[in-house]
Design a protein around this ligand. Sequence first.
Ligand SMILES: [Zn+2]
Length: 254
Amino acid sequence: MDVKYLIKENQLFIFVDFDSEISKEFFNNAKKKINNLNKEIITFSRKIGFKGKVIKVVIQGVVMMTITLSIDGSSASSELETEEIVKRNKNINININKYFLDSKSDKYGNYMRPKYIVIHNTANSASSYDEIDYLHSSQNNTFTSFHFAVDDEEIWQALPVIVNGWHAGDGKEISSYNRKSIGIEIAKSTNHDDLVKDKAIDNAAKLTAYLINEHNIPLENVVTHNHASGKYCPHDIYDRYGWDNFIKRVSSYL
Ligand SMILES: [Zn+2]
């Protein structure tokens, strides 16, 4: 059977011949193939060209162990976990806009399996879109990057969640938070209107819950930038909203 794989925008696409029989064996082989590719999967996805019938869409980022395929709407699953994740997240109503950094950029990290979520405040009043836009700017040569920027209105994503960013301030070692965490910047954190800031925090809490579900990240692995490297961040959550309140918010969406 001719099977091709493509990872694009955090989703795994599996292409097989239209008439291919979907069997347990197929799923197991697909799973093995993906596991073997773990380390190269990012580059692999760029090289591959394909023709054929898309049967399905699968995983978000790291959940490479669980595969769901569906043909024309009818789904087959190699592991229930994926369906579980979909079920768990069906009540979290968020829309994630994507504007990914170029994979050749220095701000684009290495393959990772996210185990933590690091929460930041931007410490300015710019919108989430402007934060992401600035990441793309050539004037921004600070080599910092993060996965998501969230404000009271929108969520923007700059990196796939299976690629690390440089936001936690604790270096490049494999053991650093940078290399194992999803970075969320809560934007507009110096806005004069508390309602705007609260709404941004609420959206970030929803996104955090969504990512927890999707990647099986324990709630206690949601940490502050301060926890990761000692920087006084997220300032608005420390100074005003309260870290415990943020965690409570996240829990309310789980
Ligand atoms: Zn920070």
